[in-house]
Each structure stands twice: as structure tokens, then as C-alpha cells.
Design a protein around this ligand. Structure first.
Ligand code: GDP
Ligand code: IMO
Ligand code: MG
Length: 430
């Protein structure tokens, strides 16, 4: 048995949560492998909407196991709040979630460092979600981090105290950041820290596992696993639009590291992309539309961040960037999301390449700055039809079929599913 991987091919928010939820009935285990509460994965069914940040998107299927892998960074308080909200909706939280002991913990001071660092950057800020992701991964790589397994040891509080002191001196002495006036999720530092410690006790109730052994044993027993990516390939720490990226490997290789699975155990790689493109936060976005068409995409697609509520930047689909992501991930199947958002558009554009100094470029350049090159587009007629109720590819309007056929030819990977709305049922699967 292999691990299938589902991940985003653009700058995040492609609709991963929805498709994981749709695919969960086919799998026994769903496992998050990187990122943390910077993610916001939305799932809609029976008229209700849920946004998940740390908990895998298989949680609404009662018989499925959901693993938070070693590659994830966990804020205990955000996790507890999320779990409590899910419990209200009847999700089997404590029974069905397993947490890797090797996952690193986001401390309250990581959140302060995130805020101090972004403030210090001024106009050059990353546009971080301010969930402490970068600082927590920094401590992991610096070998100073604290892991979930540590909460079971008597030395945990001492470890915490030492790391907190280190962080506070960085915040005060280097960043000159005034902690006393800063609120974390509307709470003073002291209040957040108090609740955070209670949440540590809550996490002790969960089954804390050696995730790598658990997962490989599942594979031996033919138990099927879907790995759920967070963010998107263009936000990858190595291959994204650095430094405007997140601090983890969002690409398929991240699933090996973030779960303890060897590369030869990766099965299908399902790549998710929107029928257009969005980005939230700072950084290059060559096909961004700063005009009324961009506004229309934002309005029709409700393009506001699931985690921060910030308006997402919108633009046309970018084939050089998508091809790059498909190459890096070894994508075997594609899923196109939010086709319905383009229902009313007369013309839909696709960026096929970039032009720099009069030359055609098909690769993603080292610096993706729009000042250095211009995207070149081909145009398609819109389908100008409501896609509501369509569940079969054959029933799609011919203009949509043409758009999909062009993308499949360019991307050289079949588009398996097409999503036509946020609800579970609004998916063209055959
Ligand atoms: P994720 O981070 O990749 O899971 O994506 P998000 O949940 O952050 O953002 C995707 C947004 O689009 C959510 O609000 C979804 O409910 C919504 N969505 C997902 N698929 C579709 C679709 O096909 N059409 C429309 N209109 N909305 C969708
Ligand atoms: P999901 O899983 C979209 C972006 C932030 C910022 C940059 C760094 O929902 O697709 P960080 O908080 O990681 O330090 O922010 O990455 N970002 C996301 N954008 N979707 C996400 O997750 C994101 N997670 C982080 O906006 O530009
Ligand atoms: Mg999201």
C-alpha cells in the first residue's frame, strides 16, 4: 500500500479541504504533514461551513483516523479551540485524532516573534498569518524547539521557561518590541499563556503516537492513507517565491519528511488548482489583476482568507507556475476548483508564458518580479452558464470542456474532478 498525497499547486487556498473531505470515504486515514494553524481548510455540507486549521479534513467522517504528523507545528490553544468547535458539530475529535510526538509546538512567544519580525520588516513584510509558524520552524531547525512528546516529561516546564526567556530577550533587546501592549488573538500575553498551558493538558488526553511507526504499520496492513498538504507549492520554503513563502516544504517531498514515509511509498499525487489564481499576503504574483476583473474574481469567488479574513489578491491562471508545481510534485491527477466563479465571464485568460527583454520564458524565473517580465495570455470564451447540478463531464458546457481540454494538453496530466461550488456535492467526478 502507498500513501496518496493531495496538495495545492498555487499559493494556497485552492480548495484542498473540500476535496480531502470528498475523497475521505475512499481512505482509512487522513494525515496532515506540514504547516500549522496558518492553514484554513474549508468544508461545507448540509448547509454548514467548517474551517479547519490544524485538524485534518477527514474529521467529519466518523470512522476515519486523522493524524497530525511530525512535520506539523501545533499551537495547543488554537488546536483546543478548534477541537471544541468540532465537538459541537458532533465530530469524533478525541477518539479519531492521533498526534505525532515529534510534531513541534508553537509557543506564545513564537507568536510574539512573528509579530515583532513582521513589524520590523515594515513594507517588506511577508504578510504572515502571525500564527508563529516561521519562529516555530526556526527553533526546530535550530534544535531548540519543544515537541509534543516533551509535554509528557517532567522537564517540560523548565524547557518552556528557558525557551521563553530566549525568545523574550530577542523580542525586547533585538526587536525592541513592546510585549505589554500587544494582544494575541485579543488576549494579553499572560492570559494567552495561561490558556495555552491548559490546552497542553488537554492535548495529553489524546493518543500521542510515534507517527512514523504508526503510518508504516498501516501501509503493511493495507490500510489506506491520504496525506493532506497545507498552503501551496508556490509558498514552499525551497521552491516558492522566496522570501515570500511559508516556512515548510509544502511540496510532495514534504509528505515523506512530515510523516516518515519513504519516497518509494508515495502513490497518487493529487494536485489542486483554481480555474484562476489567488494569493494572500505579499510577494510576486505575475498574473495578478489590479483592475475591475480582479475585483470581480474576488467578489464572485468570495476570496477572503479563511484564517485571517484578508482579501485575497486575484488573477488569471499561470501555466508556467502550474507546470513548475506539477514537475516538483510529480502530480498524477489534477483537480480544478471554483469553475463556477467564472460562470459569468465573457472572456477567460490563461497565461501560457512570460516575455522578458523580448524573449519567451516558459520557466519560473529566479525572481518572479512582475517589473522584470510580462505574462503572455491566450483568451477563451466563457461558458456563460450556471454549472449548478452538473455532475458529469459530458454535461459540461462546451466552452468549459474546451478550457479543460486546453489545460490538460498543456499540463500533460488529466483533470479528474472539477469543482463547481463549495459544497461536498458540487463536484463533477465522472
Ligand atoms: P484550502 O485552504 O485549500 O482548503 O482552501 P480554503 O478553504 O482556504 O479556500 C477555498 C474557498 O473556496 C473556501 O471558502 C471553499 O468553501 C470555497 N470553495 C471550494 N471549492 C469551491 C468551488 O468549486 N466553488 C466555489 N465557489 N467555492 C469553492
Ligand atoms: P492553506 O493551507 C494561503 C501565506 C501567508 C503569507 C505567507 C507566510 O489554507 O492553503 P505564514 O503564516 O506561514 O508565516 O505566512 O504564506 N499563507 C497562506 N496563504 N493559504 C494558506 O494556507 C497559507 N498559509 C500561509 O498569507 O503570505
Ligand atoms: Mg485556506
Amino acid at each position: 500500500m502507498n500513501v496518496d498525497v493531495l496538495l495545492g499547486l498555487q499559493w494556497g487556498d485552492e480548495g484542498k479541504g473540500k476535496i480531502v473531505d470528498v475523497l475521505t470515504p475512499k481512505y482509512d486515514v487522513i494525515a496532515r504533514f506540514q504547516g500549522g494553524p496558518n492553514a484554513g481548510h474549508t468544508i461545507e455540507f448540509n448547509g454548514s461551513k467548517h474551517v479547519l486549521h490544524t485538524i485534518p479534513s477527514g474529521i467529519f467522517h466518523k470512522s476515519k483516523i486523522n493524524i497530525i504528523g511530525n512535520g506539523v507545528v501545533i499551537d495547543p490553544l488554537i488546536f483546543e479551540n478548534e477541537a471544541n468547535e468540532l465537538k459541537l458539530s458532533g465530530a469524533p475529535v478525541e477518539k479519531n485524532i492521533l498526534i505525532s510526538k515529534k510534531a513541534h509546538i508553537i509557543l506564545p512567544t513564537h507568536r510574539l516573534i512573528d509579530a515583532a519580525s513582521e513589524t520590523a520588516k515594515g513594507k517588506a513584510k511577508i504578510g504572515s498569518t502571525l500564527k508563529g509558524i516561521g519562529p516555530a520552524y526556526t527553533d526546530k531547525v535550530s534544535r531548540t524547539g519543544i515537541r509534543i512528546g516533551d509535554i509528557q516529561n517532567s522537564s517540560f516546564k523548565e524547557k518552556y521557561k528557558q525557551l521563553k526567556q530566549l525568545h523574550l530577550s530577542l523580542i525586547k533587546d533585538f526587536y525592541k518590541f513592546d510585549v505589554s501592549i500587544f494582544l494575541i488573538d485579543k488576549l494579553s500575553f499572560e492570559e494567552y499563556e495561561k490558556r495555552w498551558f491548559k490546552a497542553i493538558d488537554y492535548i495529553k488526553k489524546f493518543n500521542l503516537i510515534d507517527g512514523e511507526y504508526y503510518i508504516n504499520t498501516c501501509l503493511e496492513k493495507q490500510i489506506s492513507i491520504l496525506a493532506e498538504g497545507a498552503q501551496g507549492s508556490m509558498l514552499d520554503i525551497d521552491f516558492g517565491t522566496y522570501p515570500f513563502v511559508t516556512s515548510s516544504n509544502t511540496i510532495c517531498a514534504g509528505a515523506c519528511i512530515g510523516l516518515g514515509v519513504s519516497p518509494n511509498k508515495i502513490g497518487e499525487v493529487i494536485g489542486i488548482f483554481k480555474a484562476y489564481c489567488t494569493r494572500v499576503g505579499s510577494g510576486p504574483f505575475p498574473t495578478e489583476l489590479l483592475d475591475e476583473t480582479g475585483e470581480l474574481l474576488r467578489e464572485k469567488g468570495h476570496e477572503f482568507g479563511s484564517t485571517t479574513g484578508r482579501p485575497r489578491r486575484c488573477g488569471w491562471i499561470d501555466l508556467p507556475a502550474l507546470k513548475y508545481a506539477i514537475m516538483l510534485n510529480g502530480v498524477t491527477k489534477l483537480v480544478m476548483m471554483k469553475a463556477d466563479v467564472l460562470n459569468d465571464f465573457d472572456i477567460i485568460k490563461v497565461c501560457t508564458h512570460y516575455i522578458q527583454d523580448g524573449k519567451k520564458i516558459e520557466n519560473v524565473p529566479f525572481n518572479m518580479n512582475i517589473e522584470d517580465f510580462t505574462p503572455s495570455y491566450v483568451e477563451f470564451n466563457g461558458w456563460k452558464k450556471n454549472l449548478e447540478g452538473i455532475t458529469k463531464k459530458n454535461d459540461m458546457p462546451s466552452a468549459l470542456k474546451k478550457y479543460i481540454a486546453f489545460l490538460e494538453k498543456e499540463l500533460k496530466v488529466p483533470i479528474d474532478f472539477i469543482s463547481t461550488g463549495p459544497d461536498r456535492t458540487q463536484t463533477i467526478t465522472q
